[in-house]
Design a protein around this ligand. Sequence first.
Ligand code: SF4
Ligand code: SF4
Length: 480
Amino acid sequence: MSSTSARTAKRRPEIDTVFTINEDGSRNFIHTADVKGPWHTFRNAVHLLLLLVYVGVPWIQIGGYPAVHLDLPGRQAFLFGQTFTNQDFYLVFFLVTGLGFGLFVVTALWGRIFCGYVCPQTVFVDGVFRRVERWFEGSREKRLRLNQGPWNLNKILRKTGKHIAFILLATASAHVFLSYFIPIRELIPAVLSGPGGHSSAFIWATVWTGILYFDYSWFREQTCLVICPYGRLQSALTDSDTMVVGYDENRGEPRGKKGSDGVGDCVDCFRCVTVCPTGIDIRNGLQMECIGCTACIDACNTVMQKLERPKGLIRYDSLNGFLSGKRRSIFRPRVFLYGFLGLLGLTVFTITAMSRSPYEVRVLRPKGLPYQIKETSIQNLYNLRIQNKSQEPATYYVEFAGFADPENPDEVASADAGMPPLDVVLAQKSVRIEPLEDVTVPAFVTMVRDDYSGNMPIYFAVSDSAAKTSRKVKAVFRGP
Ligand code: SF4
Ligand code: SF4
């Protein structure tokens, strides 16, 4: 890093180049300076709270199941007491669009506040790994000196200590991440029993530890700049009334030393640049690289305070506010549109999720065997697949309901509707099914051959005594 640090000292961020990449394509590693101020304090508090949430949520149990858990091998998910199986997968669309448009509303109002405060990438890099780096290597100036200095005992000890701490933290973070996929009650014994007993979990944990160590210790802001698509989206989501972190050019320019004639409030001290985790100069205008972390606001306010000038040369404001001092408008068409679409997605998700049946029934037919012709009869075989989607064992009762009403095919025909007689044999009339398991009940339906006059819709009924609900499922009796 010593060579890149030397380049850092020479280069100034420009609007049309990426500061973190050198001309020869090598990495220009950012060493952010420490900053103090109300925004920094607030952001630290948010990061601490979120770290507690990330780590704590997998420990919360509702009804004996994790509050938030994605069971990929079992193709099911648990979300605050609700269980979703693979058949509920379509709901992901409404949840993702609801949350996605919700994020659009936040972006349209306050820019990239999500990136600066809530995104796990920022929370872990700024809230944990940079902090640990400071403990081991000191302030920005000390870190730069250490990097440029020779490999003496002090440097070896500090660097080794830092990377051991990083690897331990990456291992812990990887296990926190995995705890959303493997329940804590299984993950802890798996970790304690060593790699041999749970080789696939061990491989996942190792791979994620490697990815997170690489990301949090070295790749850092490159994840936001190169990989994350959200930064590129922001210019399409924001407008001149969006609150962003920006520099008041009218007040700050032309830059110059305090006491010089005809200069603005910016003394070109470069503090706002040295604290920036993405290495940009906010004085060049709103840039894709800005994650809205507010470090430059605190840094500049401290400088202004020392110069006995009003704070807010760099501040949260809208583009309209910076250019003309106009009050911004909150109620813009895009805010309503994103808000409406977000609410729509979340409402459909919530209502559909809450009104789902606690069990699912599907009629499956054996492949390549639509019917069997016996001497004087036709026989159809159906497999009734019943899935218990609840978190309790339940007993289900199966019966044949009858033909569909020719006048109203959504209803079962009445006994005196003149339908031909059927012989129905159910392999089981009642089945007990464990939570999130499914059972298939075969049903043989036979009709006298002379009674058959074309495909005939029929109904089976499945009832759940615990929930006192009954569902009818349609099938078709087929013949030659
Ligand atoms: S911290 Fe403020 S005064 Fe210093 S360079 Fe940045 S904008 Fe100018
Ligand atoms: S420009 Fe300011 S708000 Fe944006 S990332 Fe840099 S320090 Fe944070």
